[in-house]
Design a protein around this ligand. Structure first.
Ligand code: ATP
Length: 236
């Protein structure tokens, strides 16, 4: 399967009558694209709107074909998979059971094959296959959440703050996993607050502030730009 190309044009989304995003346009080409921005900027809202979890207007095109709004299962069928903020694992279920749930739209044979692939990609999870997800460390739980999202064999993976609340070494490990997934042929669109580390692994980036994009470009250029450095990276 080939990585997806996402194009978003004139997107608006919010909650009830309250619009968080207005007229937002962006692209995620094959590789790793990061969305940066302060708390409350609308990053999670963007991923939820793309995944079909909240209403939106505007165009979302996956390889040029429109993705219907408010239809999470259509999004998964079209190859889109979300790792939600805060992981949202089933704490009282085992690692294996959580992973199996990620393959909810797949056949039993596909699920079995992908479970073996997940254990090959995440050897730590194979050792913990029968452990209750809620008893694992934050970093391990984040790994389960990523592996669960990969169980639908996505072509576009949406990752919402994978490093949230993790120790620095685990942050590095999760960001390396995101990079590996992109290199293996799944387009990744990742929201991150860990600006320096995210720009070091990403290909391209956008900066979202108060519901609007204020900067975009190759990750290395964003890391050098004075606006990003002043707002997010601090003095060197
Ligand atoms: P964070 O890093 O804090 O998660 P974010 O950039 O992901 O920030 P969002 O979670 O998308 O921001 O929130 C954007 C705005 O939408 C905020 O003002 C927030 O209060 C509001 N908001 C988020 N979720 C809801 C909801 N379920 N109902 C109403 N308003 C919401």
């Amino acid at each position: 399967m080939s990585p997806a190309h996402l194009r978003v044009q004139g997107l608006a989304a919010g909650y009830g009558g309250f619009l968080v995003l207005r007229d937002l346009s962006l692209e995620a080409a094959p590789g790793l694209t990061v969305i940066l921005g302060p708390n409350g900027a609308g990053k999670t809202t963007l991923l939820k709107a793309l995944a079909g979890l909240i209403a939106r207007t505007g165009d979302v095109l996956l390889d040029g074909e429109p993705l219907p709004p408010l239809n999470a299962s259509a999004a998964v069928r079209r190859g889109l998979s979300l790792v939600p903020e805060g992981r949202q694992l089933f704490a009282q279920m085992t690692v294996s059971e959580n992973l199996e749930l990620g393959g909810w739209l797949s056949t039993k044979a596909e699920r079995t094959e992908r479970l073996q692939q997940a254990f090959a990609d995440f050897p730590k999870l194979r050792e913990r296959a029968q452990q209750l997800a809620g008893t694992m460390s934050g970093g391990e739980q984040q790994m389960v959440a990523v592996a669960r999202a990969m169980m639908s064999a996505p072509r576009l993976l949406l990752l919402d703050e994978p490093s949230l609340g993790l120790a620095p070494r685990m942050v590095d490990e999760l960001l390396a996993i995101a990079r590996r997934i992109a290199d293996a042929g799944t387009t990744v669109l990742m929201v991150e607050q860990n600006v320096r580390k995210a720009l070091a692994v990403a290909d391209r980036g956008y900066v979202l502030e108060r519901g609007a994009l204020v900067a975009s470009g190759p990750a290395a250029e964003l890391a050098r730009s004075s606006a990003v450095r002043e707002a997010y990276l601090g003095p060197q």
